[in-house]
Design a protein around this ligand. Structure first.
Ligand code: SAM
Length: 610
């Protein structure tokens, strides 16, 4: 059995054998997950200055054992080139045994799963600071497999495509790409296969040990071709900072990967270079998306795993405009991962393909439910179009039930600005003003409004939570900017998608403001305020719309993060002010909530927004 055949069996096994093999694999994977926990505990006991070296030594020992065991099973000579970095850490006997167990067990899995299990172990061993600075969160095979299928659906031909992973980590993408290339060329002589594959693959990686890992997995996957041709693998991975690489030769048919993410401080030269995709704070994954466009040839494909935040966030509006013009999305999969599937990752993520200078036609959307490292289920959710103003949020159906709403929203031209409102965040960052919080009213004190005061449709002045006080003392004219004296609608700024509502709004009653002259609003609330005193819809009707089920669904199609931002609220499609009179009439008449809800629903789903 060749190493590649461990991954891509030519003849499918019988269903019974396949089930048994899967069950065995599940057991091996769960054993490796336990070993990972033990290895992490071992690494955490090591001084941070030595931990990086210890991680390298541990993983090298695991890989050596893996290669030994695999060579034994497959009867193929497997030579692993030593890393160019010096390995100086001496593992003790217990660590050597654990590392060898990881390698030995991994050899029972197909090579992609083995690669993930060993490489993921590496990421939990390195110092925590290094892991988060580099964004070392590797992609499980269920996702790489799906993204490769999406790339193929977008037209990538594994027989001929040149492929780059600009942040290749431990080889999560380049390894399965090599296997697919092999599979596509299976009829060709070994020398031709070897040459074709090794001249079409490239990786960039800042971490030299991860770069060595990728090169090693490729060496293992192509071991039989190496043996047949007597050739060594050329260096396929460049150790470098991808932000500093400029394309200087042939571009790629496919740029694929899971780029690092997180805020990054760019040098002035980098800010200038990436200016076309930046607005405010730079996020690494946005910069890597811009980079992918530069390295992909015309009509080529970009296939990336990224957080979902670029679809709607204000900081990504320049990137959205760039993508719309340069590489519109072909397909998107929203990932719904069971807790713990992406070890240590909290952000909501998606898989997407984009075609460089492709036509912006409807983007197909799927919903990918990932149950484990090994199993995922795909459901078609619908499609969406990039809006005519691409800097605006891209509204996409997250569930099949969203499609009708998405189509309606795309035809609704009104926004909060057309109703005469704008959104700002509550000005008080309380822990900068702790001294001025008061338990009781007094001279120059004003009610302090915390997020807890706002429940759906109901405002109640309260401060029950820890560290909260109900009043705030204004200490002079310099504090006046903290006072709010116009009636407005308050909306909670942080809500998770697991909560029954993402939008939680209540009118701050005019009578309350009149009674206290002004209030101070804390920073976890948004304030939806009249732009210049003149509005076309009452605050009560506005609050009712924001609290309605249909608008909550609409907001879920805009935002996947926990933030309810001013930018996203101002982008919400709304009925016309004229149509809203019906809602006002119901509110004035004391209608029950169900009637109001159904009226608002009708405004979204019926043709009455002239
Ligand atoms: C999210 S991981 C993904 C790795 C791999 N593609 C995968 O999917 O498993 C991001 C990778 O980017 C690398 N990286 C971070 N900053 C980089 C930079 N400026 N240049 C090159 N690689 C970088 C990290 O070391 C890490 O391996």
């Amino acid at each position: 059995m060749s190493p590649a055949r461990l991954a891509n069996d030519a003849a499918p096994p019988s269903p019974r054998r396949a089930r048994r093999r899967l069950k065995d694999s599940h057991e091996v994977v769960s054993g490796l997950q336990s070993a990972r926990i033990m290895a992490r505990a071992w690494a955490e006991s090591i001084d941070d200055r030595k931990r990086q070296q210890a991680a390298w030594a541990f993983i090298k020992a695991a890989i050596d054992e893996y290669a030994r065991e695999l060579a034994h099973r497959s009867r193929v000579m497997i030579v692993v080139t030593a890393p160019s970095i010096a390995l100086t850490y001496q593992l003790d006997a217990a660590a050597i045994e654990l590392a060898r167990t990881v390698g030995h067990e991994a050899a029972q899995l197909d090579i992609e799963q083995a690669c993930y299990q060993v490489s993921a172990t590496y990421t939990v061993l390195v110092p925590t600071g290094t892991r988060s600075a580099f964004g070392m969160y590797y992609t499980p095979p269920t996702l790489t497999d799906r993204l490769l299928n999406m790339a193929a659906e977008a037209g990538i031909d594994w027989k001929t495509a040149r492929v780059l992973d600009p942040a290749c980590g431990g080889g999560a993408f380049l390894l399965p790409v090599a296997l697919r290339m092999r599979h596509a060329l299976a009829e060709r002589p070994p020398a031709e296969q070897f040459k074709s594959i090794t001249t079409r693959l490239q990786g960039f990686e800042i971490d030299p040990f991860a770069a060595w890992l990728t090169q090693t997995w490729l060496e293992i996957a192509l071991a039989d071709l190496r043996a047949a041709t007597g050739k060594d693998l050329p260096p396929l991975i460049q150790v470098c900072d991808t932000l500093e690489q400029e394309p200087n030769g042939k571009l790629f048919d496919l740029v694929i990967g899971n780029p690092p993410y997180g805020r990054v401080s760019l040098t002035p030269a980098q800010r200038t270079r990436f200016a076309r995709s930046l607005f405010g704070h730079a996020n690494l994954y946005g910069v890597f998306t811009d980079i992918a466009l530069r390295w992909t040839k015309l009509k080529g494909v970009i296939a990336y795993v990224t957080p979902t935040s670029f679809l709607a966030g204000e900081y990504f509006k320049a990137l959205r405009s760039l993508l719309a013009a340069e590489a519109p999305p072909v397909a998107v999969d929203f990932i719904e991962a069971r807790r713990g599937v992406f070890e240590d990752v909290l952000q909501e993520a998606l898989l997407a393909t984009y075609r460089r200078r492709g036509k912006a036609i409807g983007t197909a959307v799927h919903y990918l439910a990932v149950a484990s490292d090994m199993a995922a289920e795909i459901t078609h959710a619908g499609c969406f179009n990039v809006p005519a103003t691409p800097a605006a949020p891209w509204l996409a159906p997250r569930l099949p039930t969203h499609q009708r709403l998405i189509d309606r929203l795309a035809a609704m031209p009104y926004r909060l600005g057309d109703w005469g409102y704008q959104v700002s965040t509550g000005p008080l960052v309380w822990n900068r003003y702790k001294r001025q919080l008061r338990a009781r009213p007094g001279a120059d004190t004003f009610p302090l409004i915390w997020a807890e005061a706002v429940t759906p449709g109901l405002f109640a002045h309260r401060a029950d939570k820890r560290n909260h006080e109900p009043y705030f003392r204004i200490e002079g004219p310099a504090d006046d900017w903290l006072k709010v004296s116009v009636p407005c609608v308050l909306v909670q700024r942080t809500t998770a998608k697991e909560q029954p509502r993402r939008l939680i709004a209540a009118e701050l009653p005019a009578s309350f403001i009149r009674k206290h002259r002004a209030v101070v609003v804390e920073n976890h609330l948004n304030m939806v305020r009249p732009i210049n005193g003149k509005t076309h819809v009452t605050p009560a009707a506005l609050a009712a719309v924001l609290n309605s089920g249909v608008v909550d669904e609409a907001f879920r199609c805009i935002s996947g993060s926990v933030a309810v931002s001013a930018f996203e609220l101002e982008a919400l499609p709304l009925p016309s002010p004229a149509a809203m009179r019906a809602v006002d009439a119901l509110l004035a008449g004391g209608a029950v909530p169900e009637m109001i809800e159904s009226q608002i629903r009708a405004l979204y789903f019926e043709e009455i927004f002239a």
